[in-house]
Design a binder for this molecule. Structure first.
Ligand SMILES: [Zn+2]
Length: 154
């Protein structure tokens, strides 16, 4: 059986909220995800010491390089996930395989979006589509910092 995970993360990969802001944001999530009250969906709120890769799983179609406009070899990404998927990253800087440039990997163009974060609200099988702009604004207000979203299929 496969799962869909809709994640809400701060746009700043290093930033972490205090518990109060996290609780407020989780409460907004609960209002926006009907499946939570029905018991179909599940929410995990997590803090991490290292920067975790918030991967979109099977939804990943392409990674584009902003430096050379080429495509980043998907095997490079798979390898990075295998090595750093559980432990996280101490830095976002990496040499990309397409042109060898050293850049922050959160500036790569992920289709569908992927993210990097030390705080995550993951909604398992939300039974709904992406949050709308208006909903993201509400989540941003609750968290106190801008948020973005990642939709994973695993
Ligand atoms: Zn490149």
């Amino acid at each position: 059986m496969s799962d869909n995970i809709l994640s809400v993360i701060p746009t700043d990969p290093h930033w972490q909220p205090d518990p109060g802001a996290a609780d407020r944001t989780a409460a907004v999530v609960a209002e926006l995800v009907p499946g939570l009250t029905d018991g179909f969906a599940d929410v995990q709120v997590s803090w991490h010491d290292a920067i975790m890769i918030v991967d979109c799983g099977a939804n990943l179609e392409r990674i584009g390089c902003p430096r050379c406009a080429g495509s980043v070899d998907p095997n490079w990404w798979t390898e990075l996930l295998e090595i750093r998927g559980d432990t996280g990253l101490s830095t976002l800087l990496a040499h990309v395989p397409c042109c060898g440039a050293e850049l922050s990997i959160d500036t790569l163009e992920y289709e569908w979006p992927c993210g990097f974060a030390r705080f995550e609200i993951a909604i398992w099988n939300p039974g709904r589509d992406w949050f709308t702009g208006e909903e993201l604004t509400a989540l941003t207000a609750a968290l106190g910092r801008p948020v973005r979203q990642v939709m994973a299929h695993i």
